[in-house]
Design a protein around this ligand. Structure first.
Ligand SMILES: NC(=O)c1ccc[n+]([C@@H]2O[C@H](COP(=O)([O-])OP(=O)(O)OC[C@H]3O[C@@H](n4cnc5c(N)ncnc54)[C@H](OP(=O)(O)O)[C@@H]3O)[C@@H](O)[C@H]2O)c1
Length: 280
């Protein structure tokens, strides 16, 4: 339940910003928040798709659904987006940051442009969102910032170096933000780490090696991740923290940390078997 308790049990709709709302996890998160009757601000780059999602959110019960087209890798655009949300609603209760992209290819095959794009969107984009949202939440004395990272922010896999680097960075960013806001218990930072989720991110991947990529089984649905994301904003959970979306994540993390030599030899062939076919 996302509705925040106010005063003596009175409830009000929250102002919820969802980045990456035009697809996958962000879209599912927006629709789930809409079902809770909240005010939504949908953020991504494709205006036409966002408008469709906004329509679906209104139908699902959102108190309102506005679109703010923003490239999260553009710091000035993120600042303008936050201003626009404040102009619309005068407050921000939750920012659910789901925007992201992925690239494939060995490190030496990945162009500098693709490397910069992945890190620019996934990591620097998250930092820009934090840079402009945290001061608002600190001033309000409350607010939730949920950063969608990845299992790949805990482990390494071959041929995904920019993505892995960016997601380790997002996890570090979340931890930094927790420490920096420890004086404001109402300002909560969460890091959500999905494993394999069935979304278009694999089809849209940058791939300098010309491969075909798919989510490694077992996958979970974007709706399941959306539930985890929104649980972080639940009024009953009054703490910052980190959460995995599937138990399998813990097994992968244990193998990575406890048996690194075996892990390093096995992960490449396994990855090729279940997730990636390189181009010729
Ligand atoms: N799918 C998985 O298996 C998986 C696993 C672990 C973590 N994740 C993470 O979950 C998040 C969502 O991924 P997804 O699987 O739902 O992918 P998706 O379906 O491809 O959605 C990605 C979203 O990010 C938006 N986006 C991309 N670049 C952007 C930019 N520069 N500025 C603003 N928005 C941008 C896209 O919208 P526009 O193209 O309209 O801008 C889209 O709405 C990502 O951070 C991803 O790394 C996914």
């Amino acid at each position: 339940m996302l509705t925040r308790l106010v005063g003596h049990g009175r409830r009000h709709e929250m102002v919820v910003v969802v980045t990456g709302a035009s697809s996958g996890i962000g879209e599912a998160t927006a629709l789930r928040a809409a079902g809770e009757g909240h005010h939504l601000v949908l953020v991504a780059r494709r205006a036409d798709v966002l408008e469709e999602v906004a329509g679906a959110c209104r139908e699902a019960g959102a108190a309102s659904a506005d679109v703010v087209v923003t490239d999260v890798s553009d710091d000035a655009a993120v600042a303008a987006m936050v201003e626009q949300v404040l102009a619309l609603h005068q407050r921000i209760d939750a920012v659910l940051h789901c925007a992201g992209i992925v690239s494939y290819g060995r490190t030496e095959e990945t162009t500098a442009d693709d490397f910069a794009q992945v890190v620019g969107i996934n990591l620097l984009g998250a930092a820009s969102v934090a840079r402009h949202v945290i001061p608002v939440m600190r001033e309000q004395g409350r607010g939730d910032l949920v950063l969608v990272g990845s299992l790949l922010g805990h482990i390494a896999v071959p041929e995904m170096t920019p993505y892995v680097v960016s997601k380790w960075g997002v996890r570090a960013l979340a931890r930094q933000l927790v420490i920096e806001n420890v004086d404001k218990p109402g300002v909560r930072i969460s890091h959500v780490a999905p494993g394999s989720v069935d979304t278009p991110i694999y089809d849209n991947a940058l791939d300098d090696a010309g491969g075909v990529n798919s989510p490694p089984p077992p996958t979970i649905s974007p709706e399941r991740v959306a539930r985890v994301v929104l649980d972080r904003v639940d009024a009953r959970l009054h703490r910052s923290g980190e959460v995995q979306t599937a138990y399998l994540n813990y097994g992968m993390m244990a193998a990575f940390r406890l048996a690194p030599r075996t892990y390093d030899h096995v992960v490449g062939p396994l990855f090729d078997l279940v997730s990636r076919k390189r181009g010729s």
